[in-house]
Design a protein around this ligand. Sequence first.
Ligand SMILES: CC(C)(COP(=O)(O)OP(=O)(O)OC[C@H]1O[C@@H](n2cnc3c(N)ncnc32)[C@H](O)[C@@H]1OP(=O)(O)O)[C@@H](O)C(=O)NCCC(=O)NCCS
Length: 422
Amino acid sequence: MVKQIPSGYSLVRLGPADLRDAVEVDLWAFPAVETVDEMAAHRLSLPFDRALGCRADDGQLAALCSAHTFVDFPVPGHQIAAGGFTWMAVHPEHRRRGLASALINRHLADCAERGEAISALIASEPEIYGRFGYGTATWGYTLSLARRADLVALDQSGIDVTFETLDPEVHAGLVHDLHRAAAGQGDLIRPGWVSRTDVEAERTFLTRTSNHRRGLEPSRIALAWRGSEPVGYAVFARKELGWTDGRPDSKVMLSEIAYLDRAVAYALWSRLLDMDLTAGVMAHLVTPSDAIFGLLVNLSAAQPRLADTVWLRLVNVAQALAARRYQSPVDLVIQVEDSVLPANSGKYHLTAAAFSQATVDKTSAPADLIADSRALAAAYLGGTPLTSLASSGRVSELTPGALARAGAAFGWPVPASTSWIF
Ligand SMILES: CC(C)(COP(=O)(O)OP(=O)(O)OC[C@H]1O[C@@H](n2cnc3c(N)ncnc32)[C@H](O)[C@@H]1OP(=O)(O)O)[C@@H](O)C(=O)NCCC(=O)NCCS
């Protein structure tokens, strides 16, 4: 059970006047080269409408958190409201006293009050959030691609790629629209592909990206066009790494790529992979739904390394299960165990035809499967198979065949993916 606010502290709402205090705590929690002033001036991504803090009795801000209000978070076959938990930070002097637990507790209650069936976050350390019922729902790859790595050639006639220096004022609207369109829709939606909440948030995100230099040139953007229509982009910056034996070591550091179809993906990736005076592309958070996995002739040469991206929590199990679609027919009773939000515990009768609206009812009928809430959350976007969760004991089959049927139904034709850290 999640704790309430510990004694010696009070829960407060934070507003823009608290920005410096918030940044101060954030810089204690997340070491960075920026000063409080620089960060207060540049990284204004803290959503103040949902910012919460814990103040010690002496007035010091000891911890904070906030949430993005995602109104159309993509889930299999649909888009739903989600709380995007963010800025969780506890000052080192106040750690391990239950402040983070209390703030997460408050965040989950806030999501429930707002009718958000799920909460999503990106974890700085994978050890933190499982205890609160979050499971890893999307995954991403780091790829190290050699210059001119072989790609399966696609027809890219009619597509032009232009290169510009990233200017958040100029590019935010275009990036925002393309990122949203790249989520796809219906049976081919990319679960987890959540966009920045609006153009203003996009501008902030791109400003943060451009300020996060770490030895990089100013951020650039490659824009793909079909005639006068923008159809894709890649945000990147080159890192100057000198020369070895007369050859350049510099790398193209890719921060985000989004496009409307695979021909555009090919056009963008092939340009990035052939930039003069570079040794290749270093790409983080490459989503499993990215076309590069089908385009690369030799994937293993890119040394793919897998890492968790979005951690998801079902705030309201019945609402969440009914909101998504299933990729095969399902008629099962799932017993859910949730020690953090006990109202979620119970047996749910889930029925749906493939790719159709589901029905979910609480029932007293015998269960076919038992799942803890963390496992169900991990499987929710279709990105973590129920069968793998069963191998860790978080899902148990009571009716023979139920795990295979549930595993098939909870999957999705397009891999779950998230392209940015929120
Ligand atoms: C991670 C962090 C938010 C935890 O804050 P906190 O107030 O110390 O957390 P709590 O006291 O509520 O601890 C809750 C539980 O999680 C555990 N825990 C917290 N952080 C952990 C970590 N990094 N690794 C493993 N366990 C951790 C605690 O031991 C405690 O376990 P218990 O309930 O069994 O006693 C804080 O240490 C922090 O700000 N770290 C740096 C920034 C960061 O990583 N933020 C998270 C961003 S996603």
